[in-house]
Ligand binder design. Structure first.
Ligand SMILES: NC(=O)c1ccc[n+]([C@@H]2O[C@H](COP(=O)([O-])OP(=O)(O)OC[C@H]3O[C@@H](n4cnc5c(N)ncnc54)[C@H](O)[C@@H]3O)[C@@H](O)[C@H]2O)c1
Ligand SMILES: O=C(O)C(=O)C[C@@H](O)[C@H](O)[C@H](O)COP(=O)(O)O
Ligand SMILES: [Zn+2]
Length: 394
């Protein structure tokens, strides 16, 4: 039923009892984690009371969407597949408008549901399409990338990019359920698994250092280069544990502060620079890769401001580099990036605000840093300055 390029349909593989992470927000919902979760997906959609559903999916997941559609139809739903452009190209006003047109054609009404099947770009789009259709209908998220599972599909941040920047238009619109079928990761290319690790590493630094211990113990250094290390192997219990832990971090944060009045900003660790890089690169860099560089920058800002100890700052470089994530960027880009960062959603009255660490799992804020601090931190990203004790990144 699946091609080597495509995700295994959620029915494939032995089903094991799924685990549930409950997101105790205003409208609590379950993140169901397991393998072979097609029945759980159908149950989640049926639980919304919908009679019709639109399944938004990228071209790569055509067969999987087909299998999902068939299962939903067997479950008594009138299900429609809606193919959207791949990756970041899906997060545009034009594609959103296309989705609204299709919703109208198939007759989605207020009781109906959108299914977001794909990576974070599709779940962001699907969430916002659902949030905006008839002023808000239900969405069930089915992330099929590592990054989508551990971050994008959970927490209700939805949106698209505009000329002004990354995720500039969107809504907080929580899913009715999130179905995390680890079997879908089996077709995900290694570089996409690696990109997803950047958000897992972020969760480790802001809240759950056990994540970092697991990656250090079971990451690429633990095997020869031709073998997938347990931390990146979709079949490994180590990756499942990393997924569970990162989802738990996100669930706890969004339950406490859905609309990002304070605590939720910590999930933006590394993202101030990352989003500027993505915009400057016209969204051709993977989000996870940009986040990796942004994490190094944020760690160095914390160090330069005298707030983060050398050991924790250095650990960012070693963990990210060991995973094969980028830790450097164009040495000449700082002034352009600073201008772009001026439109970051955390900026207040023109004052740049960054999430930094005051220690491992102790996130804080740095407001209006002196340009010399930005330059000092960026010199590490630019590969111009190495701290004593850091690994030689070559
Ligand atoms: N809303 C949030 O809280 C949040 C959090 C983190 C990231 N994001 C957003 O998520 C997006 C990045 O998501 P992403 O990294 O998942 O990238 P993506 O959605 O672009 O997917 C990456 C690639 O993987 C392919 N793919 C997806 N599932 C597959 C599978 N099972 N097998 C094979 N190929 C598959 C896609 O077709 C695509 O080419 C960014 O736009 C980012 O801003 C949002
Ligand atoms: O959920 C959040 O809150 C996050 O910040 C998670 C980030 O990983 C994610 O990339 C998010 O989309 C960034 O949101 P933005 O508000 O900075 O656009
Ligand atoms: Zn992110």
């Amino acid at each position: 039923m699946s091609t080597p390029q495509e995700s295994a349909p959620a029915t494939d593989g032995p089903a094991t009892a799924p685990e549930i992470v409950r997101v105790e927000s205003g409208a609590p919902y379950d993140v169901v984690i397991g393998r072979g979760l097609l029945d759980e997906l159908v149950a989640a959609v049926r639980a919304t009371g919908a009679t019709r559903t639109a399944i938004l999916h990228p071209p790569t997941l055509e067969l999987t969407a087909d299998a999902v559609k068939a299962a939903l139809a067997d479950g008594g739903l009138d299900a429609h597949m809606v193919q959207v452009p791949d990756a970041e190209d899906a997060k545009s006003l034009e594609v959103l408008g296309f989705c609204w047109d299709v919703f109208g054609q198939v007759g989605l009404d207020r009781r109906d549901v959108v299914v977001g099947l794909g990576g974070g770009s599709v779940t962001d789009l699907a969430g916002f399409a659902a949030a905006s259709w008839m002023r808000g209908i239900a969405v069930v998220q089915v992330p099929t990338t590592l990054l989508g599972m551990v971050d994008a599909a959970v927490g209700g941040k939805t949106g698209i990019n505009t000329g002004a920047g990354k995720n500039m238009v969107g809504a907080f619109h929580e899913p009715a359920a999130v179905i995390v079928d680890l079997a879908t990761l089996e077709s995900l290319p290694r570089h996409e698994l690696v990109a997803g690790m950047a958000e897992i590493v972020k969760a480790g630094f802001i809240a759950d250092p056990v994540i970092l211990d697991l990656i250090e113990e079971h990451g690429p250094a633990s095997v020869d280069s031709s073998t997938l290390p347990p931390a990146l192997d979709p079949a490994s219990p180590v990756l499942a544990e990393l997924v569970r832990r990162a989802i738990a971090v996100k669930a706890a944060v969004v339950a406490a502060d859905l609309k990002e009045s304070d605590l939720r900003e910590t999930l933006n660790y590394g993202h101030t620079l990352a989003h500027a890089i993505e915009k400057r690169e016209r969204y051709r860099w993977r989000h996870g890769a940009a986040v990796s560089v942004g994490l190094v920058f944020a760690a160095e800002l914390g160090r330069a401001a005298g707030r983060l100890d050398d050991e924790t700052a250095d650990r960012h470089l070693t963990v990210l580099h060991a995973l094969g994530l980028p830790t450097t960027y164009d040495p000449d880009a700082l002034s352009e990036l600073v201008t772009i960062m001026g439109s970051d959603k955390k900026t207040r009255s023109g004052t740049l605000r960054f999430v930094v660490l005051d220690g491992l799992a102790r996130p804080g804020r740095l407001e209006g840093p002196d340009p010399s601090l930005l330059a000092a931190a960026y010199s590490v990203v630019a590969g111009q300055r190495k701290r004593p004790g850091t690994v030689d990144l070559g």
